[in-house]
Design a protein around this ligand. Structure first.
Ligand code: TMP
Length: 233
């Protein structure tokens, strides 16, 4: 296997076969609270790889440009080597998690509009929220890139709200990362129960990483439920 370029909390990135490709391996490791809580669940990497693959292919089919090239194994995917913009984009359809806590709004409350938030992708700083002028002041991204990312995030949200609703799941919120690739901004990283809040519409059951963050139940069972529903769609 080629050299490891980057080891993240839940993924490893290696050089791909061509110069401008990478191989991302999804690990069984799961972390929360900026890495303070950690565990391993055998099979989690494969489930996230499979779910993220289904979602990225769905988005590609509907005109969203992504880094995806092809699956290379149960846990690895070959992707375009984009220059990752160090700004995480969170989209919220319902109050939950950090939003509920910060603004004192009950989890599950409706919002009058979809929320798009930017934060600085920095583990050492704990991914702090950032407004547009702070991002441009530090040169992390420019105005037009931020506009493209926000527009793209809202398009992705609409596609995914409908996609998950078709299998009885509410997409409460999720996090995206984008990268620069050949003069374009493309969707990178992953979209999986590690990076989304997914609520069973019928029961309200959490099917995502909150099972681990909040000790709500078996993590793999929730992720497998998401996979099975999307896969049999
Ligand atoms: P938050 O409520 O903790 O801000 O998280 C919002 C959404 O973004 C939630 O679905 C989890 C996801 N997320 C990540 O994937 N990685 C992160 O580092 C953070 C802070 C959130």
């Amino acid at each position: 296997m080629s050299e490891v370029l980057l080891k993240g909390k839940s993924k490893v990135v290696r050089q791909g076969v061509c110069d401008d490709s990478l191989v991302i391996e999804f690990l069984d490791c799961v972390t929360a609270f900026n890495g303070d809580k950690k565990a391993e669940f055998v099979g989690k990497g494969a489930l996230c790889a499979a779910i993220s693959g289904i979602i990225f292919r769905h988005l590609e089919k509907h005109g969203i440009k992504t880094h995806l090239i092809k699956d290379v194994s149960e846990t690895s995917v070959s992707v375009k080597k984009a220059d990752i913009i160090p700004v995480e984009v969170v989209v919220r359809n319902k109050s939950a998690g950090g939003f509920a806590k910060k603004y004192g709004v009950d989890e599950g409350s409706s919002l009058k509009n979809v929320v798009v938030e930017f934060s600085y992708k920095s583990d050492t700083l704990g991914d702090p929220l950032m407004n547009e002028s702070q991002i441009t002041a530090l040169g992390l991204a420019d105005q037009s890139e931020l506009r493209d990312m926000a527009d793209e995030a809202l398009k992705i949200n609409q596609l995914l709200v409908n996609f998950f609703a078709s299998v009885g799941i509410e997409l409460a919120d999720f996090k995206l990362e984008f990268g620069r690739y050949q003069d374009e901004i493309i969707l990178c990283d992953e979209i999986s129960p590690d990076s989304c809040r997914l609520w069973d519409i019928a029961t309200g059951e959490r099917l995502d990483k909150d099972r681990f963050r909040r000790d709500l139940g078996d993590l793999l069972e929730g992720y497998a439920e998401v996979f099975n529903r999307l896969n049999s769609r």
